[in-house]
Design a binder for this molecule. Structure first.
Ligand code: PHE
Length: 341
């Protein structure tokens, strides 16, 4: 065998051994298996490493090339070894993470969370609209004196307008002196007595009338009262406030109108209606210019101050907005009904 043949045989053998080594390390399935095989693939006793000893027996001019080829084969195996090691380590880490994973989709079910009643939601929305218009929110008691509910509002005892309100009296004090307020208008009186103008307030709350419950009547219902008292307030301001409220609450397609009416505590008085985009009208509530004798009773000079007031039903508004067709559903408190809002 010539020296040249021996050199090429050595290089061919090195390539063969390198291929075997790569096949062996590729076959290792775990980090432990791979590291255990390392001495046999790259260690001092590995067949490929052993070929080094035979380079010395080649012809001197062949040694550098054969040595280089051998080094390249070893470097190739070492690089494949490292790559496989990284691969197996990553796979093992993945398996571990997978095994330790917390399944967040299987947390115990949370108890159902409640919500505001649809009437409270409506009331708050109304308060928001009026607050944006510069009004503040006032409150008054639900158990009222006859004087605040009627007397101060220009309903003298025996006045026929009292018959409009099917009053529930409370057995407290002299007969007929204490009642469940039939409207939120007594809050007007309390605000005017308590604060000095300019006044821009709304007063939402519960009202009571002797009524048999049916789809459109309840003995307990909610109103929101508005009261403005300032210098130079006119009927035009009332119409403007109603219109501003209408578009703010219902939307730009809606408009409002005032229709002559009668309330003892406003003069002139008007019902106000809201027109829907389809052209139909909805009667919403009562309004008018605060009667001079009401201002006087509350200690305000009607020569200096003038104002307007309005009041309407919150429940009706909610029925309209949410297409509720039976008022009684608002009181049954069936969660399947209430959850819709
Ligand atoms: N309080 C009246 C009612 O319930 C409505 C109203 C309020 C009228 C304010 C005029 C001014 O019928």
């Amino acid at each position: 065998m010539t020296a040249e043949e021996t050199a090429s045989a050595l290089v061919a053998e090195a390539r063969g051994l390198a291929t075997d080594a790569v096949a062996a390390l590729t076959a290792a399935d775990t980090v432990a298996e791979l590291t255990a095989a390392r001495p046999d693939l790259l260690g001092k006793g590995a067949p490929l490493t052993g070929l080094r000893r035979r380079v010395g027996s080649l012809a001197p001019e062949d040694r550098p090339a054969a040595g280089r080829a051998l080094s390249e084969a070893l470097a190739e195996v070492a690089a494949r070894y490292e790559a496989r090691l990284d691969e197996l380590r990553a796979a093992e880490r993945r398996r571990q993470l997978e095994a330790e994973r917390l399944d967040l989709t299987e947390l115990p079910e949370r108890p159902p969370v409640g919500r505001l009643h649809v009437i409270s939601q409506t009331q708050r929305r109304l308060e928001d609209v009026f607050c944006a218009m510069g009004y503040t929110v006032a409150e008054g008691p639900e158990i009222e004196t006859e004087w605040h509910n009627f007397g101060a509002l220009n309903f003298p005892p025996g006045h026929p307008a009292r018959d409009m309100y099917d009053t529930l009296y409370v057995d407290h004090g002299p007969p007929g002196s204490t009642l469940l307020r039939t409207h939120t208008s007594p809050v007007q009186v309390r605000v005017m007595q308590r604060q000095s103008p300019p006044l821009y307030v709304v007063a939402p709350g519960r009202c009571y009338r002797q009524d048999t419950a049916d789809a459109t009547h309840m003995p307990v219902f909610h109103q929101i009262e508005g009261l403005v008292v300032d210098e130079g307030i006119t009927l035009g301001d009332l119409a403007g406030a109603i219109e501003t409220f209408t578009t703010a609450y219902f939307g730009p397609g809606f408009t409002s109108r005032l229709r002559p009416s009668y309330f003892p505590f406003t003069e002139p008085s008007a019902e106000f209606d809201v027109q829907r985009p389809d052209g139909t009208w909805l009667e919403l509530g009562g309004s008018g210019m605060v009667h001079p004798s009401v201002l006087e009773v509350c200690g305000l000079d009607p020569e200096r101050w003038s104002g307007f007031a309005f009041g309407f039903g919150i429940d009706r508004l909610a029925m309209l907005r949410y297409s509720i067709d039976d008022l009684r559903d608002l009181w049954t408190n069936d969660s399947r009904f209430l959850e819709q809002f």
